[in-house]
Design a protein. Structure first.
Lengths: 1068, 177
């Protein structure tokens, strides 16, 4: 089957290649609400299954009739000594900080009775202003990870460090052994970018006392970025980007919205430039190899191979400096000479970079070029960054959209450590916060070099790949159990404070350092005076905050900082800088690659793999591929045809003598000749959730000149016969309708906002509901939504939503209340992407309500569609009748979570058991809570008082929620805006959620406007095959009713007039 | 003959079972329906009659959460110790209390008033609306041992919510979510 034909009309958006091809299997699944039923999965004969069901029902009836005896004796155990600030039943919030790679953001931790249950963003922190990443949310489950070590461990090693016997250690014994060992000197402390100034001070003191040295290693390294900054500007920093000030952003293999440096901050800034969809809306141009989250949000996207990244930058420079002579560098002979060497780049690329260059120049000083990242960190990595720096300088962006940032250098590079290890210059190695044995390329020979060390101590919470080679695991606290401070890239100093007593017999690494210093009788006066790490931190902040406390004395100031989480006035750029001349001279053309090129990338959810043992993140569908629980090799549609590779078929990837095997995923929009593999899988020691999933991409990476090369490596692909099914969620929950996502060009939008929306003039035979008090509603702005998935995890954390595992996802039983549909528009080779978050629409004329036989789903006079769990008997009629497919059914009991994960459950939300339907509640418990508090305090509800979990978390502020009956509310304005449209409007179900159109800053869309029938496309009626005969109908009835549904089909609300049939080329 | 024996065994078995069942019901070993009338013994025979009745201690002095939160909350032992640090320290019950307080282990009271499952009840707005504690809890000030006096069934709640002067919502999601 030719899946790459470009001639096919592509009038409507599509979700998967199967849908694009109108695969018969896809059509069958699209019709059904549930892909499989456990009741049918026995012998496949409906009648037998039905009898089994009755048998089961009979048995449970017999049980319940005895179980229906009241008075389970319950105990109430009050506090013996209640802490003053705790009111049982009300949450307490603690301001703290979260560090993830290079990004440090402020968080607010919700605790109940001394137990943290959710992490939210701190609105006072300038880096994230209350928004969050999915990973920051998931950190709560790392605290309650059952695989965490509960006490320090000792690994009994043989000479080759292959012994696996693990015994419990006591802190006293550990301290004694370590202190003795440290006394021998030659200590190396390998740390990640912890972002903490005080920890850094303590580390320096510690290293100094033992004649040691600090080295730095991050599992995802930004070494080439920092190195190029040093070459171009003389300071080894990560610059401060002001994406909100840029009218045009050009990203070259750079996933700044998803994974690069500080995605939460960047998304927030990017959204500020997109929110006003009028003149001056920013434009995003992406050149990339894989389809990243950033690429999926591009206005204009070009496909390049990783090794062409440098060519793009140089071609742009050549165009601006040599061809157009626009910049002052045009008279710089040295620069012109270097650029002339790249005069062919433009032709090699086959891309008209002229128009991009023109737009960049038009917006000089208001443009931004971002380049590189893991998937373009080839042997050209540093050159690419240097060239991008130069391009930004040519465009006069320095000091405007890009400023001097802050150092993230915590120590000497890992290359130095390797040399020292190989020269046997190190007797003791302490590894903190990273996992080099897993994430360094094999040819770095790091593992082998470790046998030259006498003692290795790791500070992780488990025996990961590095810890297995260590002698001691000095179990560190989780960040929510520990004190600390942090400095974000923007400069904001924030505090990290514990929100719970340590769950296990762990000890802060900082306390360990202090203990070892004291054991050896060393350390500064401050260290000696500090009984604990808290004392040390407190003393350091006395110095840090000098002159900033205003009228407060330090004690009051400290309490103030603990309250707000941030040191006021600490944010801000670090000053101006100037480009060193002659940096471009070292930029050499990239060597041509034969065959496939490897591009290792980070997934939005998994990132550097630190949080990979959190099931939420494993089950978070990748924003673009929509695959969860899996690691796979992404190849382009054209390559898949050429190599005869099918989706899910295993392929063997070979770089040099290194091989891995992975199932293939065919990714629309990916550049040909590129194979993408995600980082963070193939773990052995990561924990019970992540171990055994996929293969380690870093097996294929190379260690070149003290840097890990993760892209542009020549790779061969060999298809294997093995096959698997990837756990992909897109293709489940398919909606059928005429206009699901609406896109407009900026020019059209400015002339007539919402002009592409097909409006319906509908009347109803139903008596309308009356809403006298509040009427809750929501608006989702498709233009700012980047599809990152932060809302999905926020919802999961807030509403006690279970993770169901890989097999259940394949069977279409994922439970997330919120899903983000990703639509492709255009051809599989070069599609545009629209992300659409989907949640319960809380329809005024809700189709689910009319069909529930037990009235378990009912309408409230506040406009919400309530789900009453204890009434639900699980007929699933409601789900069958939901045109948006947002209802989720508990096929199994997911309530027995492994201890202590149950501690993360939110007591405000019922934990649903088996056989019960559930769905988004509009965070009704938050509405109730806020209203109760207003009632108690005699205050009035104001706009913005109630925030849903998804809205609160969204980094791009795409979600607005509030009272539609309040004419002055923000949501009312957005709801009535001409940009807004109701999804599946033609059904007249009157959803309380509306979407605002996606505006693309481009001249032409990749599709015909959806409400005009696609020319030449056959219509739904009479469409073949017969299984597809209902295609013209507006509501997805599903096929036969489920076995327990009984005869007949539940009625639907009438609609008048019936909409005309849908063009068959659409999504059904 | 064998059949008769079997029949007799079955009949006696059933009769025996039934009598055990009736005994259990009448002796509060099992309760069918709501918990009205439930009056369990407590680890310390705390008397509301004495504290709330004779001594006229306000309910909120101990049940501090009632006007703030969902839970009225059973008082932490430090509230008991406000007085019992000096009052009646020779009583073995108070000594038990003091011991629990000092050891930090607290006391496991038997929960008396039990709402059916799947209901979210919030005390604070009800207190704010001026409802007296006795509406649901009866006259506790006269109870030596606390007893559930109302069924606390959905009907009990809804009857009150439906009364116009109460201006109370009757959405399902008022209580169920």
């Amino acid at each position: 089957m030719d899946q790459t034909s470009s001639n096919k009309p592509s009038g409507k958006p599509w979700l998967s290649l199967e849908q694009w091809r109108q695969d018969p299997e896809f059509l069958t699944f699209a019709e059904k609400e549930f892909r499989t039923s456990p009741l049918q999965s026995g012998d496949g004969v409906g009648g037998t299954a039905r009898r089994d069901f009755l048998k089961l029902m009979g048995a449970s009836l017999a049980l319940t009739s005895f179980g229906c005896v009241r008075r389970p004796a319950q105990k109430i155990i009050p506090y013996a000594k209640k802490p003053q600030d705790i009111v049982h039943g009300l949450p307490n919030y603690y301001a703290s900080s979260f560090v993830d790679g290079m990004e440090a953001i402020g968080i607010l931790v919700t605790t109940r009775d001394g137990r943290p249950i959710k992490i939210e963003g701190n609105p006072d922190h300038p880096a994230n202003m209350g928004s969050m990443s999915s990973r920051a949310h998931a950190d709560i489950l790392r605290l309650y990870d059952p695989d965490r070590y509960t006490a320090p461990k000792r690994n009994l090693q043989n000479k080759n460090r292959t012994n696996r016997e693990i015994i419990n250690a006591r802190w006293e014994d550990l301290d004694k052994a370590v202190t003795e060992q440290l006394g021998k000197g030659k200590v190396a402390l390998l740390t990640h970018n912890h972002s903490s100034p005080t920890t850094q001070a303590l580390m320096e003191e510690f290293a100094g006392a033992f004649g040691g040295k600090i080295y730095q290693y991050d599992d995802v390294s930004y070494a080439s970025l920092v190195e190029a900054q040093k070459a171009s500007y003389g300071s080894a920093t990560i610059p401060n980007y002001n994406i909100d000030r840029a009218k045009i952003v050009v990203a070259i293999n750079n996933d700044f919205l998803g994974t690069w440096v500080a995605p939460v901050t960047f998304q927030r800034q990017f959204a500020m430039g997109r929110k006003k969809s009028t003149e001056g809306m920013s434009k995003l141009v992406v050149f990339e190899s894989l389809m990243s989250l950033t690429g999926s949000n591009a206005d204009k996207r070009y496909r390049i191979r990783p090794s062409q990244s440098l060519d793009v930058v140089m071609a742009l420079l050549h165009e601006l400096v040599v061809v157009r002579k626009s910049s002052r560098y045009a008279s710089d002979d040295g620069v012109v000479r270097v650029l002339s060497g790249f005069s062919k780049s433009r032709e090699d690329l086959g891309i008209n970079v002229g128009e991009v260059a023109e737009e960049l120049w038009k917006n000089k000083g208001q443009s931004l070029v971002l380049a590189g990242g893991m998937s373009a960190d080839g042997d050209f990595g540093v050159a690419l960054q240097v060239a991008a720096n130069f391009l930004n300088a040519v465009l006069e962006n320095d000091g405007k959209t890009i400023e001097t940032g802050r150092s993230v250098t915590r120590g000497a590079p890992i290359g130095d450590l390797l040399n020292a290890l190989n020269k046997k210059e190190i007797t003791t190695l302490i590894v903190h916060g990273s996992n080099p044995v897993y994430s360094l390329p094999e040819n770095s020979k790091f593992r082998e070099a470790l046998s030259n060390v006498e003692m290795i101590i790791t500070t992780g919470d488990r025996n990961d790949e590095t810890a297995r080679l260590a002698d001691y695991v000095a179990t560190d606290h989780h960040a929510l159990e520990n004190w600390g401070d942090m400095q974000s890239l923007g400069g904001a100093l924030s505090i990290q404070q514990p929100t719970i007593q340590p769950l296990h017999n762990t000890r802060a690494f900082q306390d360990s350092m202090l203990a070892w210093l004291k054991g050896a009788g060393k350390g500064s006066a401050k260290a000696k005076a500090s009984e604990t790490w808290y004392d040390y931190l407190n003393a350091s902040w006395k110095t840090l905050s000098a002159g900033k406390t205003g009228k407060l004395n330090f004690e009051d100031y400290w309490n103030d900082v603990l309250q707000t989480g941030v040191m006021q006035g600490s944010n801000g750029a670090a000053g101006s800088r100037s480009l060193a001349s002659g940096t471009l001279a070292n930029v050499k053309p990239t060597a041509k690659r034969a065959g496939f090129e490897l591009a290792i990338y980070q997934k939005v959810g998994i990132g550097d793999g630190r949080l990979a043992n959190v099931p939420w993140l494993q089950e978070l569908p990748d924003p673009v591929t929509k695959v969860c629980w899996d690691n796979y090799a992404c190849i382009s549609p054209k390559d898949s045809v050429q190599l005869k590779i099918k989706e899910g078929q295993y392929v063997q990837l070979t770089v040099g003598d290194k091989k891995i095997e992975l199932p293939a995923h065919i990714q629309p929009g990916q550049a040909d000749g590129v194979v993408g593999v995600a980082f963070g899988y193939g773990r052995n020691g990561g924990g019970s959730v992540v171990d055994g999933i996929g293969a380690n991409a870093m097996t294929l990476a190379q260690w070149v000149d003290g840097r890990a090369v993760t892209a542009g490596l020549e790779t061969t692909i060999k298809p294997l016969t093995k096959k698997t099914e990837l756990a992909v969620t897109q293709g489940h929950h398919v909606m059928e309708g005429r206009q699901i996502v609406v896109e407009e060009t900026l020019a059209d939008h400015m002339k007539d906002p919402g002009g592409q929306v097909h409006r319906h003039n509908l009347t109803t035979m139903w008596s309308e509901h009356k809403y006298n008090g509040n009427k809750w509603g929501m608006v989702v702005d498709l233009n700012t939504c980047t599809g990152c998935g932060s809302c999905v995890i926020a919802c999961q954390s807030e509403n006690n939503i279970p993770s169901v595992g890989r097999k259940n996802v394949i069977d279409g039983r994922e439970m997330q209340w919120m899903r983000i549909d990703r639509y492709y528009v255009g051809t599989p080779e070069d599609p545009d992407v629209v992300h659409q978050p989907l949640l319960c629409m809380h329809c005024d004329n809700a189709p689910c309500e009319t069909v529930c036989p037990v009235i378990a789903t009912v309408h409230s006079d506040e406009g919400t569609n309530d789900m009453i769990y204890n009434r639900c008997v699980g007929t699933r009629y409601c789900s069958n009748n939901c045109p948006y497919k947002v209802r989720r059914f508990n096929w199994f009991s997911y309530t027995d979570v492994k201890a202590p994960r149950q501690m993360a459950l939110n007591p405000e939300v019922t934990v649903r058991n088996r056989g019960v339907m559930e769905k988004c509640t509009f965070c009704i418990h938050r509405i109730r809570g806020v209203k109760a508090q207003h009632k108690v305090h005699d205050t009035k509800l104001r706009d913005g008082d109630v925030k849903t979990a998804c809205q609160q978390s969204c980094p791009s502020n795409a979600i607005t929620f509030g009272d539609l009956n309040d004419t002055k509310s923000m949501v009312r304005g957005e709801f009535d805006s001409p940009k807004a449209y109701a999804l599946l409007d033609e059904l007249n179900v009157k959803p309380s959620v509306r979407y605002q159109v996606k505006v693309r800053n481009t001249d032409k869309l990749k599709w015909a406007p959806a409400h005009e029938p696609v020319p030449g496309a056959p219509h739904g009626q009479g469409h073949k095959p017969p299984a597809h005969g209902r295609a013209g109908e507006p509501l997805p009835h599903g096929g036969p009713p489920p076995p327990d549904a009984g005869p007949g089909h539940p009625p639907m609300p009438p609609h008048d007039p019936p909409p005309p049939p849908v063009p068959a080329e659409g999504g059904h | 003959m064998a059949k008769k024996i079997v029949g007799a065994v079955v009949v006696f078995g059933l009769l025996g079972g039934l009598s055990v069942f009736i005994w259990a019901l009448t002796n509060n070993k099992i309760v069918i329906g709501y918990n009205k009338g439930y009056e369990p013994d407590q680890p310390i025979p705390y008397s509301h009659k004495q504290h709330a009745g004779q001594l006229q201690i306000n309910c909120k002095y101990c049940h501090t959460g009632v006007d703030k939160s969902r839970h009225a909350s059973v008082p932490p032992l430090n509230i008991c110790m406000n007085c019992h640090l000096v009052v009646k320290t020779d009583s073995p019950h108070i000594q038990k209390l003091t011991e629990a307080y000092n050891s930090g282990k607290s006391i496991a009271w038997n929960k008396v008033n039990l709402l059916p499952d799947h209901v979210k009840f919030n005390h604070a707005p009800h207190i704010k609306a001026g409802k007296d504690c006795t509406v649901c809890h009866g006259n506790v000030a006269e109870m030596e041992k606390v007893k559930q006096v109302q069924s606390l069934s959905m009907g009990f709640c809804v009857n009150c919510h439906r009364e116009k002067e109460n201006h109370a919502p009757i959405n399902c999601s008022t209580c169920h979510y």
